[in-house]
Design a protein around this ligand. Structure first.
Ligand SMILES: NC(=O)c1ccc[n+]([C@@H]2O[C@H](COP(=O)([O-])OP(=O)(O)OC[C@H]3O[C@@H](n4cnc5c(N)ncnc54)[C@H](OP(=O)(O)O)[C@@H]3O)[C@@H](O)[C@H]2O)c1
Length: 387
């Protein structure tokens, strides 16, 4: 392969894959010397593999099929609106300060660097939200990786979320426009109602039925500013109400899913109704340094998990992510650490046995990490009240 700009190579391979013929590369490419790079076999293979993936649109309903899996590249899942979502993503929430209970302040550009490292490692699905204060960093990383010709916009799946103070129908579109401006994008792949709770930033609740918020989401989709719409932190009753009252089903729901909180009823309902389930806080209380004192096992030193991890030459964290995927859920682990980012997505080259899944199923006990107790008196508080 001679010197060729990466974009030209991508176009070339795309044309080849679509028509089965070798088409002449863009005749203009020689003009743009700044874009000319030596196309190494590694780059060539990477571009070819993404191109193949896009063409095949590897539709994977729930389980990763053996033979359809390749290390570091997440198969795509078809949603009920016809769009595809990568079955693995990167979270970008910096979490809560253990001492103050406040959102962790964004002090540096670690999220931008994490998203760049993730895209380099093969992630194509990035999760953010207006309330995380990381949209600008996610956007900067995307612009950089597009400028470096590592990806094109349409290779990426970007999710953001509507915050609780913008739930009136007429507020949804302006909120989405602000999100897009921060991200520097002209569309989102997925926009979610973050919580079914309507609360102003001063802490007071206001009346805005989530059915009206949902109408605002449908309006926004109609304007072409978002491809798919969905919800987050809705419980089963709220999902049933939404589906009964709206002609448009959510394409996806994002809820907490981890070993302690496997959500069998909600997942079964979503599967029946063809709604993709995205699992947040996928590690739950697995890590000693993150788990609250009252959190039930397992931790990463759990012998039964170590035995499974050893068998596949994986870490306990990877085995936990793999289990979530085999529940038919899309995990979105967050990390700003290069090694972990790279390791977390290496979960497509093994499959658990039924006996191993049974071991992991037994950790399900309904324990939540994200309880948002401060909203437990809200009219639509979605979680079980603590006894
Ligand atoms: N919709 C919602 O209401 C909602 C709520 C919560 C979360 N989310 C989304 O879901 C994403 C993930 O959830 P989360 O951030 O709460 O929790 P998480 O992904 O389960 O855990 C993140 C923590 O695990 C650490 N970590 C990551 N990979 C690791 C590994 N291989 N070994 C050891 N430690 C590892 C990270 O540390 P380092 O970063 O230091 O590596 C970080 O402290 C969020 O970032 C956000 O995008 C959505």
């Amino acid at each position: 392969m001679p010197n060729m700009s990466r974009r030209t190579l991508e176009q070339f391979i795309k044309d080849f894959n679509e028509t089965g013929r070798v088409l002449r590369p863009n005749p203009d490419w020689e003009e743009d010397l700044r874009q000319t790079v030596i196309v190494t076999p590694e780059i060539e293979e990477r571009v070819r593999s993404y191109s193949r993936m896009k063409k095949k649109k590897v539709a994977q309903e729930c389980h990763c099929q053996e033979g359809e899996t390749r290390p570091g590249v997440a198969p795509l899942i078809k949603m009920n609106d016809g769009n595809y979502i990568p079955s693995f993503g990167l979270g970008t929430w910096l979490g809560v300060d253990k001492k103050t209970g406040e959102l962790m302040p964004v002090k540096d550009n670690s999220v931008q660097r994490a998203v760049e490292m993730a895209i380099d490692a093969g992630y194509r699905h990035i999760d953010t939200a207006a309330v995380y204060n990381t949209e600008e960093q996610v956007g900067a990383a995307i612009q950089n990786k597009i400028a470096e010709f590592v990806v094109q916009r349409e290779d990426l799946f970007i999710t953001s979320k509507l915050w609780n103070d913008r739930h009136r129908r007429e507020d949804v579109l302006p909120a989405l426009q602000e999100t897009l401006a921060k991200l520097g994008l002209d569309y989102l792949d997925l926009f979610l109602i973050h919580f079914p709770i309507s609360q102003y930033s001063n802490g007071t609740y206001y009346e805005a039925d989530f059915l009206d918020t949902w109408k605002g989401m449908i309006d926004a989709r109609g304007r072409g500013l978002v491809k798919s719409i969905g919800v987050s932190n809705f419980n089963l009753t709220q999902m049933k109400r939404l589906l009964a009252m709206s002609p448009v089903k959510p394409a996806a729901i994002q809820v907490e899913v981890n070993l302690n909180l496997q959500q069998p009823e909600l997942i079964a309902y979503c599967k029946t109704n063809d709604i993709a389930v995205i699992g947040y806080t996928p590690f739950g209380s697995l890590f000693h340094n993150k788990a609250k004192k009252d959190a039930p096992p397992p931790r990463t030193d759990e012998q039964a998990l170590l035995r499974i991890a050893d068998k596949y030459h994986k870490t306990v964290a990877q085995v936990a992510l793999r289990y979530i995927m085999e529940l038919g859920v899309i995990p979105i682990p967050k990390s700003v650490t290069k090694k972990r980012i790279e390791q977390n997505i290496e979960v497509f080259d093994f499959q658990l046995t039924q006996a191993e899944r049974n071991v992991m199923k037994a950790y399900n006990n309904g324990y939540r990490v994200i309880t948002v107790d401060m909203w437990k008196d809200a009219p639509d508080y979605p979680f079980e009240h603590k006894k």
